[in-house]
Design a protein around this ligand. Sequence first.
Ligand code: NAD
Length: 494
Amino acid sequence: MSQQLTIEGEGFGPDVPVSTDCFIGAERVAGEGEPFEVTSPIDGRSLGTMCSASAAQVERAVRAATAAFPAWAALGPQRRKEVLMRFAQGISARKAELSVVETRDNGSLLIANQKRLVDRAAQNIRFFAEFACDAPPVMIAGHVDNHVHHAPAGVAALITPWNAPLMLSTWKVGPALAAGNTVVLKPPEWAPLSCSMLADIAQQAGIPGGVFNVVQGTGSVTGQALIEQTGLARISFTGSTDTGRRVGKAAAESVTPASLELGGKSPFIVFADANLDEAAKTVAAQFGNAGQVCLAGTRVIVDARVAEDFERRVRKAAEPFVVGDPRTRGVRVGPLIHPRQLERVDGFVQRALAQGAKAMIGGGPAEQGGLYYQPTILHKVEQQSEIVQHEVFGPVLTWQTFGSEDEALRLANGTEYGLAAMLYTGSAGRAERVAAGLVAGTVWVNCFFVRDLAAPFGGARSSGIGREGGQHSFDFFCDIKNVAIARDSFTEES
Ligand code: NAD
């Protein structure tokens, strides 16, 4: 019998029991590691104690995944799709519960989970289940006939962060399983609950034991034990650049292909010829999820000629970004995830203010207290200052002006990151030129956060290695083999 905690609906949804155990092989397993407390960022309330997998249990999970691999790989994409479609259906069927749990656990807006994120999680599974079936055979006609085979790679270790655990975990689980791999998922310790529910949903969908394993625990113990396992075929990690470096080192040691989706400090460039109202609304949208979004455009870089006008529009656009309980209608900015995150975010802001930055809006904790922080824009900042160079991961933007297109590009490209960039202009030629000059994995022109599942997503420079999405995810989770056949060399048909 699995240990459980209960997330109460409190009028916002159903009460939801959630297992606090790991899921290894086909069963719930109590952790042998140090248990850890899960607290809600909404009000600091303790939600219960989660188990933690010891290094030996992580090894057991990898062994279970290794044992389950041959049969799952042999099933073929079509039969796997049938199971994965039931998995996706199971996620959709538990939308109300998953939304209540995710919001309680990580403080994201309830309405965002109900309206978008849980659907997207189900779609992540569905999309890749279909993708694996539809992937056309690749033939390259050259000196010989090249047939490119995609074979399942083996056991994939998947590690995800707390800002959108369900969405980001399924974004990896979907392609990994659809391609025929088995997985060991390590959810974030600050928001581990929705991934625990995923294990139940997977089991109910008929995913065979050992194909999908969940090991709970902290990054330094359980996560580290996972990346140090021998016998992994892939490591797919989403999280901070610092942890990404550690994951990359471990992967290099065992020569395991690793995909690293890391931090960002993305520029948001506004030219004078842009639709300034639209641009202002999108600047304000960067406060969504309390700014805890890797791809957020946190550095506003605006044409000096329209800066004053644009400032007025941004102030107005930011007004509806009301701070409060993320389950309350009308609230657009929930809490930060953890007291350590509050301290980090406020530390960045207070140091910037002490160094001469000025708060255009916000500038400190919100009046609600707790983990709530005011949407903040800091201007009079230097390009080389800490607040411009480092990822804050809170509702904090910087504001700079430029006098020429070249200067805009220099400022935009002037950090170690390269995850995304936003660009507002009315000129097609400028859009093309500036997009080409930006160092970023994604450039959104006159739009934001449009993420088609088939489009590549990932970062340049310290924002990561590799791309996720469509063929890119599929390629990553497969061993790709080219079979080169000499022309007219066969004497028999079969
Ligand atoms: P984090 O790096 O602290 O943790 C991410 C995950 O790694 C967690 O599950 C954690 O337990 C685990 N981990 C920590 N130390 C580990 C270790 N030594 N070995 C193995 N695993 C370990 O990041 P976070 O604070 O959870 O998330 C915020 C960061 O994630 C931000 O930098 C954000 O930009 C980034 N992020 C990136 C993307 C993207 O797609 N590029 C998406 C979301 C978040």
